[in-house]
Structures are given as structure tokens and as C-alpha cells.
Write a protein that binds this ligand. Sequence first.
Ligand code: HEM
Length: 458
Amino acid sequence: MKFFKFFVSKNTAMVNPPPGSFGLPFIGETPAFITANSSNKGLYEFVKTRHLKYGSCFKTSIFGGTHVFISSTEAAKLILSGDSLDFPKRYISSIAELLGDQSLLCASKENHKIVRHRISNLFDLDSFSSSINFFDELTLKTMAQWEKRKSALVLDDAMKITFNAMCKTLISLTEENELEMLQKDVLLVGEAMLAIPLKLPGTRFYKGLKARERIMNKLKRMIELRRKGLEFHEDFLQSLLTTDDPLTDGQILENILTLIIAGQDTTANAIAWMVKYLDENQEVQDTLRLHLSSEIHGFPLGLEALHRMSYASKVVKESLRMMTIVSWLPRVAMKDCQIDGFHIKKGWILNVDARAIHYDPTIYEDPMKFNPLRFEEDSKPYSFLAFGVGGRTCLGMNLAKAMMLVFLYRLMTSFRWKVTDNDSSLEKWGLFPRLRSGCPVLVTPLKTEKAFTLDSLS
Ligand code: HEM
């Protein structure tokens, strides 16, 4: 029976489009979308209120396009697997303008295939391993400061550590001032992604475009120096420049920016939410400590140790379910079709609502409960979408999970700690859900642990 729910029909006129409102002429529901993004409830509030009003599939009009939000695993399979129909990825045009049309996130199908293939070659075991070691080194240094201060803002520090680790791995940038300047520009690009695309001086979008220009110029200079043989570094950029079949400069520049944006904010926010969930669930924390001490005892913190962290991996997964950092996955319908019994027109954007799937009680029992053990059993197909599935699965998934595990390990084995602000409201204009409180913690060092010894790095 399900098969008939998803066929491409030449005669779909008899089937209704999804419920929902197109809002006002021309601007549609864009003002409500922007209002949600500039509130402390966050962008997903726009989707959540309509999901509650119209059900698991609804339509709306934002930024001049028709968007459908859909939250069944059957629809997710159909749209994301690309098995039967083709639903290419499609971001709103302002995102494409800020990242560039050569960016992995926005490239055409053909370009995407080439770029993804070349870039994924670089996520090999060696570079992966050195990225993790560097991330660990930075985490240890940062936590050494926590020990002195007895307190910390987890989100700020996680942003800095992930940003610095990404910049080192990608472009060998380690100079403090330059890192700070670049981080500010990356933040401006991120904030502009969901702003109204007005190119007027002073607007958020304009500031984002200017920041992109500065980042591109900086990266261009780096490429120039390396091409002239004036600089050489063993990093991601160098490999991209010296491979037999190199990408174009445009592809390299836009994808370095993409990797920084896709990797930093997401992972840092995920770390802060994980700390918050653990704080709210002391019994999970206790179990985690027991597991870490028995599973990792005597192992240096390298890839093997990470593989042994089975309970901690479930904590990471459950945190990513509870706070779905990328709330929905956008694709475009290339033909008229029927999905979940609704008529979808060619050109409409189909957003797979990952967050709603993660909170569906028919998939996850008691979904509001933070329960890592729910992942003892394999997830049902298309029910865990934190990193997407199919041909557009997150390229940095393993790196992100490894960074979260390293941070978790160091936090749990170095301190007793307590979050001092339980506020769950979100920062305005965040591309991803970002805790407004920054997740402040008070920490008490666990003196018995061998923490902060850089020689413990593998
Ligand atoms: C907790 C952290 C992260 C989360 C939750 C996350 C999540 C996601 C999601 C949901 C997608 C889109 C899937 C889709 O539309 O189907 C994605 C794509 C992507 N992510 Fe991540 N990500 C994280 C970290 C990273 C890191 C660390 C990197 C890079 C080092 C990275 C690089 C990418 C890239 C390049 C894509 C585009 C892949 C493509 O379209 O082929 N991500 N990520």
C-alpha cells in the first residue's frame, strides 16, 4: 500500500496539496520566519507552530519560494535516499550567494559529485588522527585555564577550540589575532545566511557578503604564497593544491569556507547542548563516569580509545537527537509528485523535518527523556537524521563525533562540574540552535585523574 503513497503521477490534480498558508502576496510568511529567527525561541519555532497546526506535512512560502516541511520516515527515505526519484539539495538563494555555487552545500549535482569525491579523499585516517590530537591538545590547554578560574563558558570555549582545530587542519592558521579576525568574519557570514537578502550597506546580509569577500581574499593570498613556493604546510589546503587532478581555485576557496562553517558552529553547539543534557541527568553522568574509567583505563586518548567509548558514543548520539543541530534537510522536487498522499509541484522545496522525526513518540519512546540506552538497539531506518543520510550525508560526521567524545572524556575525567544557568532560550540569529546562556559551568578539578598532561596525547 505504501508504494502507492509515493509514486510520480502524470495526473496528480486529484490529490490535494499539503495544508498550510502562503501568507501575504509576494512576501509570503517570510516576516514570521525572520521574526522566529530574531527571537530567543529560535528559527525552528516557525516550523514547530505550523507542525502543531497543520500536521506532519505542511506548506508555506518563504523568501519567494514554496517550502513543504515533512516529517515521516517514509518521506525521508524517498527524498533523501535518491533511490526512485531525484531530489537534489537546494538552499535558499541567500545561502548560495554567501557560500558560493561551487560550495559542496550548494553545487549542482555534477559539480557536487566531483568536489565531494576529492574532498572526502582528504578525510583519511592520518589527517583524521592528527585533527583529533590537535583538538585534544587545545581542549587540555583550555581546561587548564578552567582549573585556575574554577569556571567556564562551555559554548565560547567549544567555539574557539573547534574553530582553531578546523583552521589548523584546513589551512594551518594558528596565529591568535588572525584566528580572531577570521572567526568574526565567519560569524558574520553565518548570521547573514538566514537574513533578508538586501544588499544595502548596514544590513546583516551586506555585512555577511563583505565578510565573505575578506575571507576569500585571505584564502587567495594563502594560495598565492604556496603556489610561489614561499610557504608550505602539511594541511588540507596543500593537499588540494598538489593533487594530480586539482579542483579550481574557486572550488577550493568556497569549500574551505564551507568546511569551516559546516564544522565549527555545529560541533561547538552540539558540545554545549551535550553538557547541558548531562547536567540535567546526573544518573547518566554517573553511569558515563563508570563506563569511561573501565573502558578507557590505560589507553592513550587516540582512535582506539574513542572506539572503546561505547556508552559515551550513545550519550553523543542521544544529545544530537535531543538537540537536532541541523533541524531540517532541504531538497527540491524536480517533477510533480505525490508524497505522503499530498500533491507536490515541480520546483517546491521539500524540507525533511529531522527534528520532528527525532521527537516522534511512535519512533522514540518517551522522546523528551534523555536516555542514551535507547541506542542499544539499532535505530529504525531514516529515524536518526542528525547528520543526514544518503549521498549528502555530513562529510565531517566522524570528525564531529570524535571531537565530541574527546571533549566529553576530558570534561568527565578532569572535573566535577555543574551548569550554573539552566536557561534553555536561544541566541537570536543563530544559524544553528545556540544556547543564549553560553552554558556556564562551575568546575572542581578531580585531582586523582591524570588530567592536563600533554604527554598523554597519542
Ligand atoms: C555535530 C556536528 C555536525 C552536525 C550535527 C552536522 C550535520 C550535518 C547535516 C545534517 C548535513 C546535511 C545533510 C543533508 O542535507 O542531507 C551536513 C552536511 C555537511 N557537513 Fe556536517 N555536521 C556536523 C559537523 C561537520 C564537520 C565537523 C564538518 C567538516 C569538517 C562537516 C562538513 C559537512 C559538509 C561538507 C556537508 C555537506 C555534504 C554534502 O552536501 O555532500 N560537518 N552536516
